[in-house]
Write a protein of this length. Sequence first.
Length: 82
Amino acid sequence: MSPIWPFCLIIGLCLLSPIDGASKRVKMCLQPSISGRCFGYVESYAYNPIKRHCEPFIYGGCGGNDNRFATKVECEYNCRDI
């Protein structure tokens, strides 16, 4: 085996990591905003892919999905460029 092979593997993994992280962000931000199955009242933000911005919604406190952020700034940061 060539001594350069481990180096190529490391470079390949480093190049793929941002893509994987970006795809997770896209999947997260494209989910619908879901209040969940409980009846709490947690002011949250979710990205609306149709309007292309973050919107407030009320999270019930359990269930739901990953398109839920505590602040608008956090939502905008995670869903930027989508």
